[in-house]
Ligand binder design. Structure first.
Ligand code: HEM
Length: 472
């Protein structure tokens, strides 16, 4: 078989997810210390968004937080972000919290390191190649059209739920070559909620105790995992049967099944396959569904942008379906999606742990054992790179601004760990937005005032209720 990984231990960790170095002795930058630092840490655990800008305003582009065994650095400047994500890509690993909390979601690619990570990426890369993304367009267009048409004139819907169900219906077909709908889709959504609820634990000093003793937050996640495993196993069995019939659809699942279920595969390999498939399903789903929902919210608030998109869809596609041939010409919809994930980057922070020394541009060195975070939310709203940063303005991306540093925009992360689903998600966002625009204008439901919170991804505290209205 192409890839063999060790069996997970009883806590769901894998031996090839290495232990990090001991915590660094000091943080090299000024910032909160001791009690003040613990308060900031607690806030970051619960929801970092409200503290990110004040920390930068007080301490500058490099902030060091130090309390108990925690040594955390926040890097706000694009030059430092590049030095960390790209220059330092082989000297850093995924953050301690993500490694230790991996039992929540699973997924090998997300947490594997070094050679194992590189091998895993090589295995999955063909499923995300340009040719495959083109082949997924028809499914995205058809499923989006079905959903959007069903809203009807005056139809009220909650965008996060609606986009969650759409994403699962599409991912079932494109990623897993099968169907994920109805009760199964609800179960996946509930399981994901359980993981998200437990996520602050990943950064908590209590994580080890909860993990070892299987206390309630872990027990709840494990119950959801068992339900999820049933769904994933069903998809895998369907995939195996298809492969046995000689029908390789080139989807992610077919590739995983071929890798893990080749001759000589053991039951442990099958467990790893379930783990990887579940991680991909949940990881890609949560980020993409939230981004699509924020896109619809912003377009409801900016009918002029939606109207421009509608006109372009009419000119490019006429009355026919949106196809792969059209996607590259739906520039207005793509710009709107790009701007959406500037304002609402699903991963509000990218976090790493230094394994070796990382040198920043001016020669300052980060020691091993530091947790280093890129506060994407703030970087994307920094007025030095984004004039009038809170304004939704897709035109920012029409012509690249030579004065804006490349790493002032990093919704996909960077370096060897850059999002593998980037092209798929951009195609999906473009097609969905175009599909909505050609049918409806959108309104924000009366009384709705969305507030963004970062709980695993950036989501709305009380949903995104919208109304579809006829253009006429
Ligand atoms: C708008 C939607 C999405 C956004 C904003 C997004 C964002 C990201 C970011 C920021 C990372 C890097 C995290 C880090 O460096 O710590 C990442 C990694 C990843 N993403 Fe996405 N993602 C999206 C959609 C998807 C989809 C649809 C899939 C799969 C179908 C996917 C699969 C992955 C995987 C497997 C990784 C780990 C890659 C690795 O470590 O090598 N993502 N994503």
């Amino acid at each position: 078989m192409a890839l063999r990984a060790p069996h997970p231990d009883e806590h769901g960790s894998h031996r090839y997810v290495p232990e990090g170095p001991p915590p660094a002795r000091r943080v090299p930058f000024a910032g909160p210390r001791n009690f003040a630092a613990m308060r900031v840490m607690d806030q970051i655990r619960r929801d970092p968004l409200p503290v990110l800008a004040p920390l930068q305003a007080t301490w500058g582009d490099r902030v060091g937080i130090s309390a108990l065994r925690y040594r955390i650095v926040l890097l706000y400047h694009p030059t430092d972000i590049e030095a960390l994500l790209v220059g330092g890509t082989h000297s850093v690993m995924k953050a301690e919290g993500l490694r230790k909390g991996r039992w929540m979601m699973g997924g090998q690619l997300l947490v594997a390191e070094g050679e194992m990570h590189a091998a895993q990426r090589r295995v999955l890369a063909p499923a995300f190649a340009a040719r495959r993304i083109e082949a997924y367009v028809d499914t995205v267009a058809e499923q989006s059209d079905q959903l959007v048409t069903a809203w009807g004139d005056g139809g009220a819907f909650e965008a996060e739920r609606a986009m969650g169900n759409l994403d699962l219906a599409v991912a079932g077909r494109t990623m897993f070559g099968g169907r994920v709908e109805g009760a199964e889709a609800e179960e996946i959504t509930d399981a994901l909620e359980a993981c998200v609820d437990a996520f602050p634990l990943a950064m908590s000093p209590l994580l080890g105790v909860v993990d070892r003793l299987g206390l309630p937050p872990k027990a709840k996640v494990q119950r959801s995992r068992r339900k999820l495993n049933r769904i994933v196993k069903r998809l895998i069995e369907d995939g195996r049967e298809r492969l046995a019939r000689g029908e390789d659809r080139g989807d992610v699942l077919s590739i995983l099944v071929e890798t893990y279920c080749a001759e000589g595969a053991t039951p442990e390999d099958f467990d790893l396959l379930i783990d990887e498939a579940r991680g991909l399903l949940l990881g890609g789903h949560e980020t993409l569904a939230r981004s699509l929902a924020w896109g619809l919210q912003l377009l409801a608030e900016h009918p002029d942008v939606l109207e421009r998109i509608r006109d372009e869809v009419g000119a490019v596609c006429g009355d026919g379906p949106i196809t792969a041939e059209h996607v590259g010409r739906l520039g207005e919809a793509r710009l709107a999606f790009q701007e959406t994930i500037r304002l609402y980057p699903a991963g509000g922070m990218h976090v790493r742990e230094t394994q070796a020394h990382v040198r920043l541009d001016d020669g300052v060195v980060l020691e091993p054992g530091l947790q280093v975070a890129v506060p994407v939310w703030s970087v994307h709203r920094d007025p030095r790179w984004w004039p009038d940063p809170e304004r939704f303005d897709p035109d920012r991306f029409r012509v690249p601004d030579p004065a804006r540093p490349r790493w002032a925009y990093c919704p996909w992360g960077g370096g060897t760990r850059v999002c593998i689903g980037q092209s798929y998600a951009t195609m999906f966002g473009t097609v969905l937005i175009a599909t909505v625009a050609r049918r409806w204008r959108l309104e924000v439901a009366p009384g709705s005032r969305p507030v963004a919170v970062a709980r695993f991804t950036v989501r709305s505290r009380s949903g995104l209720p919208l109304i579809a209205r006829s253009w006429h």
